[in-house]
Design a binder for this molecule. Structure first.
Ligand code: NAD
Ligand code: LMR
Length: 332
């Protein structure tokens, strides 16, 4: 029997991540090659014409899995009946703007879109926030959509996770698919902690720990961490635009693993609502190692955290606590 289509919302769909992401979703990269989809694309009125152009291209591409396209500037129409919401739209930092000004714009966007999702999305809608500041936008969305279970609201740190896999694969000259279980802790910002203490590489003689294979603690604690933390800025410098294909691809990875499950023995990084695991303050959206089964993520428990890592986990938690306070100050 034919499967019912899944309705997937992409906000900011006329932007550059949107342009890379919607064809991936329509091709089955996110939900698999047998899952029909209906795309809901939202943008703001100045981008309406460009959004319509994206819709025209989706029709022209004749994707067999794509069963419909809603392209709109009306947030209620966009959110109605959606099963998955990928929140890419937001207000970018412009020259001369203070952090608080950018935060204030995004807080008001995420507050109103939270209400629309809460009222109009399908029950059990899964939400992934991509737009920066991703963790704090997700937290605001959670606060203003109290009837959406907190487990359903996440933010994207899978791009950082994939960047860490990529760096280890290049350094060791191994296939990226043979590297696993890196961790991104904390904020999707330059305070994030890319941690390879528990990461492994598949070799002919079994799985070997990354720290043992790299055998260069100075590189792992220095250049490796900085490259991953600063990769977004390096892409902006090179492209004069922020990462789009890798962000879109990682958003697909995030949702695919969340919905369809992580492979046995493998975890991924997701920004999720902290329950106090690893002594991270409860009530932040913080990136943890998670496994997923039956559409639910679970934080991987019991990993050893040495003194060096502890400081890094705390530093990025402090930044998120400050961002949370700033976001709340914009609400008053
Ligand atoms: P972009 O400027 O090309 O596109 C953003 C789109 O959002 C635009 O079309 C804009 O009109 C739209 N938009 C603005 N306000 C909106 C609103 N209220 N409702 C709906 N749409 C709205 O930007 P981009 O390169 O696609 O990046 C999008 C966001 O993703 C940025 O915040 C960027 O910093 C962030 N980002 C996050 C990650 C991550 O890993 N979490 C990676 C890369 C980029
Ligand atoms: C990225 O990690 O590529 C982006 O979050 C960078 C940015 O500031 O948009």
């Amino acid at each position: 029997m034919a499967k019912e289509p899944v309705r997937v919302l992409v906000t900011g769909a006329a932007g550059q991540i949107g342009y890379a992401l919607v064809p991936m979703i329509a091709r089955g990269v996110m939900l698999g090659p047998n899952q029909p989809v209906i795309l809901h694309m939202l943008d703001i009125p100045p981008a309406a014409e460009a959004l319509n152009g994206v819709k025209m291209e989706l029709v022209d591409a004749a994707f067999p899995l794509l069963k419909g396209v809603v392209a709109t500037t009306d947030v209620v129409e966009a959110c109605t009946g959606v099963n998955i919401a990928i929140m890419v739209g937001g207000f970018p930092r412009k020259e001369g703007m203070e952090r608080k000004d950018v935060m204030s714009k995004n807080v008001s966007i995420y507050k109103s879109q939270a209400s629309a999702l809460e009222k109009h999305a399908a029950a059990n809608c899964k939400v992934l926030v991509v737009a920066n500041p991703a963790n704090t936008n997700a937290l605001i969305l959670k606060e203003f959509a109290p009837s959406i279970p907190e487990k359903n609201i996440t933010c994207l740190t899978r791009l950082d996770h994939n960047r860490a896999l990529g760096q280890i694969s290049e350094r060791l000259n191994v296939q990226v698919s043979d590297v696993k279980n890196v961790i991104i802790w904390g904020n999707h910002s330059s305070t994030q902690y890319p941690d390879v203490s528990h990461a492994t590489v598949k070799t002919h003689s079994g799985e070997k720990p990354v720290p043992e294979l790299v055998a260069d603690d100075a590189w792992l604690k220095g250049e490796f961490i900085t490259i991953v933390q600063q990769r977004g800025a390096a892409i902006i410098k090179a492209r004069k635009l922020s990462s789009a294909l890798s962000a879109a691809s990682s958003a697909c990875d995030h949702i695919r693993d969340w919905v369809l499950g992580t492979p046995e023995g493998t975890w991924v990084s997701m920004g999720v609502y902290s329950d106090g695991s690893y002594n991270v303050p409860a009530g932040l959206i913080y990136s943890f190692p998670v496994t997923c089964r039956h559409g639910e993520w679970t934080i991987v428990q019991g990993l050893s955290i040495d003194e060096y890592s502890r400081k890094k986990l705390d530093l990025t938690a402090e930044e998120l606590t400050e961002e949370k306070a700033l976001a709340y100050s914009c609400l008053s």
